[in-house]
Ligand binder design. Structure first.
Ligand SMILES: CC(C)(COP(=O)(O)OP(=O)(O)OC[C@H]1O[C@@H](n2cnc3c(N)ncnc32)[C@H](O)[C@@H]1OP(=O)(O)O)[C@@H](O)C(=O)NCCC(=O)NCCS
Length: 198
């Protein structure tokens, strides 16, 4: 005899929910609120992980697209007024700061260690003698499989190729070609990368 299996409807889950102890009800309600908040804040629908104490500020007109399986680690800050693309399975390390005023594009499987800063704007208008007004903001493009060491800073207008390693404490102000190792302040080419492992 074949038994027809019906899909439980909303009423079924509601009846189950009503039987939960209060503590579980609060946890479930918070989970639903968090999910709803994400739908409102993010322009992509892929599942990804946001750890504790992550601050996400999205200004009017900002777009945030995050790939499947990405992770924003605890204490990181993300401020978006432009268009942020964060690749799938990419990791933003603990206490890192990502500011996007124009366009910041981060490839898949990138790994940012702790206390990394990425910002595409100097934040204020600045005039220099003989030079005149300094460019305030310019997009940042980071390729796939880029590994950035702790306390590194990636600034406006920089393009970083695929498969790049950036040493700890580097200040990246110029483009980095693919498959290269750079470090220092300012970050300089120090070798060729064959591959690295997560
Ligand atoms: C980039 C890195 C991997 C290079 O390691 P390496 O190939 O073993 O390099 P070495 O330690 O042999 O150093 C070679 C030279 O570069 C210098 N150097 C290496 N890393 C440097 C860095 N981050 N900043 C400035 N100089 C650096 C060394 O002082 C050395 O200089 P010298 O030849 O004048 O003595 C490493 O230095 C680094 O930054 N490690 C941090 C990794 C990390 O962030 N881990 C966190 C986990 S996410």
């Amino acid at each position: 005899m074949t038994e027809e299996r019906s899909v439980p409807d909303f009423a079924h889950f509601w009846e189950q929910f009503k039987r939960y102890p209060l503590r579980d009800k609060v946890i479930a309600a918070l989970g639903v609120m968090r999910w709803a908040l994400r739908l409102y804040k993010f322009d992509s629908r892929e599942p990804f992980i946001i750890e504790r104490k992550v601050q996400v500020l999205k200004w009017k007109g900002g777009i945030i697209e995050v790939g499947r399986g990405a992770r924003w680690a605890m204490g990181s800050k993300i401020v978006v007024g432009g268009h942020l693309r964060f690749g799938s399975r990419a990791i933003l390390g603990p206490h890192s700061t990502l500011m996007c005023a124009t366009e910041v594009s981060i490839g898949d499987r990138c790994m940012f260690a702790w206390n990394v800063s990425i910002f595409d704007s100097i934040g204020h208008r600045l005039w220099m003698e003989r030079v005149g007004e300094v460019e305030v903001e310019a997009p940042i493009t980071i390729g796939n499989d880029v590994w950035v060491g702790p306390y590194s800073i990636i600034m406006k207008g920089v393009t970083i190729g695929n498969n790049v390693v950036i040493g700890a404490g580097s200040v990246v102000r110029r483009d980095v070609p693919p498959n290269s190792l750079v470090y220092g302040n300012p970050a300089r080419l120090a070798g060729k990368v064959e591959r690295w492992e997560r």
